[in-house]
Write a protein that binds this ligand. Structure first.
Ligand SMILES: *Cc1c(COP(=O)(O)O)cnc(C)c1O
Length: 386
């Protein structure tokens, strides 16, 4: 659950009093990305665009670059950042509420595909392309209702266009020769296992093919089937079944089509640890608590997802308050009862001075957190390479 490299480094950081820290194992990240790429490499396999919003740190992007076909960005900020970190990467730009400035930046920075979210956005993009004398390749972002019960996050609401709204794009497209419609994009839900993901992809392909046929779309077609591959924080050692997904997708691929996916969490989550140390151990109203340096202002993930962040305790030659073989709740330094990493978890033995390494901290962790709340020091960031 924790790699040797990260464990050794955690001990070294503790000796130098440099905790808490986000520690990344780039070799583990590359190994995982290589496995995903391998599972999606035969005929009919989809291209992989890593969704930068899961973790846009430059060392993460650079480690992933050889194993992915491109990067998906969701704002002008991500766009500029990723372009700088990976000057030659193929980019796709999606996300709601794109401003004119962001769209123009996308044209200037050579984004390969823009995922258009609404008819109004399409109109604005066409006019920017016209004024700047450029051509643009787009996918229309589709939002299908369907039954997404049981998923971690259904992307209902303002994302993309329902079938009715898609219809309003056809006149704009015919009147805008600078826009080239290449196909359909859809990101409908997250937290799907491989069979659910294959079924969802089939739904997108069926709808998209029929629609593109009907509007008389000719030429090669693209379908971006989204991200959202399941990550199970309760079982840190299980992985999304990429082989099963790859086989399912390959079986649906048709000649003349490019398929593409844009996973984020399932790619980077396993390669990061939030490492910290125990500041206090005590019992209150019958419940044991370990108070850790840092808190959910560094890693908001367990609060957002309402889960227990998986962890290992690294015992040290510590002395001080201790608890043995009792369920312990791990909390941080914030003055709020919501600052909880994990609740009532049986831990063999935990003492003031021990280290706690939270695994599965490589995605939607630091970058979704409210860093300045209470003004504690920021964590260190370590990108280890074997
Ligand atoms: C967030 C997002 C993704 C990545 O989702 P994961 O759950 O991290 O795989 C992909 N595409 C779009 C449009 C997104 O908003």
């Amino acid at each position: 659950m924790i790699t040797r490299l990260v464990e050794d480094h955690a001990q070294a950081l503790a000796r130098k009093a440099e905790l808490p820290a986000f520690v990344y194992d780039l070799a583990a990240l590359r190994g995982h990305a290589a496995e995903v790429k391998e599972a999606l490499s035969g005929p009919g396999a989809p291209e992989i665009f890593y969704a930068a919003k899961a973790n846009p740190d430059a060392p993460i992007l650079r480690a992933l670059a050889p194993y992915v076909d491109g990067i998906e960005v969701a704002s002008g900020g991500e766009l500029a950042h990723v372009r700088e970190a990976l000057p030659d990467a193929r980019l796709a730009f999606g996300g709601p509420g794109k401003t004119d400035d962001e769209l123009e930046l996308a044209l200037n920075l050579g984004v390969e595909r823009i995922h258009v979210e609404s008819p109004y956005e399409l109109t604005r993009l066409a006019s920017i392309a016209r004024t700047t004398g450029r051509e643009v390749d787009v996918l229309l972002r589709l939002n299908l209702a369907g039954d997404r019960s049981g998923v971690a996050l259904a992307m209902s609401g303002p994302f993309g266009m329902d079938p009715g709204l898609m219809e309003s794009c056809t006149d704009i497209l015919s009147a805008s020769p600078e826009i080239h419609l290449r196909g359909i994009h859809a990101h409908l839900a997250s937290g799907l296992d491989a069979s659910a993901m294959v079924a969802q992809s089939a739904e997108i392909l069926a709808w998209g093919r029929t629609w593109l046929d009907r509007i008389g779309h000719t030429g090669p077609r693209e379908f971006n089937l989204g991200g959202g591959m399941a990550v199970d924080y309760r079982t840190p050692n299980t992985r999304f079944d990429w082989k099963q997904y790859g086989a399912g997708i390959a079986a649906m691929a048709q000649p003349g089509e490019t398929l593409r996916i844009e996973p984020g969490r399932s790619i980077s989550v396993y390669s990061g640890w939030y490492v910290t140390e125990v500041l206090d151990v005590k019992k209150a109203h019958g419940q044991w608590y370990a108070v850790l340096r840092g808190g959910t202002m560094h890693i908001r993930t367990p609060v957002t997802k309402q889960h227990n962040q998986p962890f290992v305790v690294l015992n040290r030659d510590s002395a001080g308050p201790t608890v043995t073989n009792e369920p312990v709740t791990l909390v941080g330094q914030l003055c709020t009862p919501k600052d909880v990493f994990a609740r009532e978890i049986p831990t063999g033995h935990i003492t003031v001075g021990d280290l706690v390494a939270f695994s599965m901290s490589g995605a939607y962790a630091w970058n979704i957190s409210h860093h300045d709340f209470l003004m504690h020091p920021k964590p260190a960031f370590c990108y280890l390479d074997a």
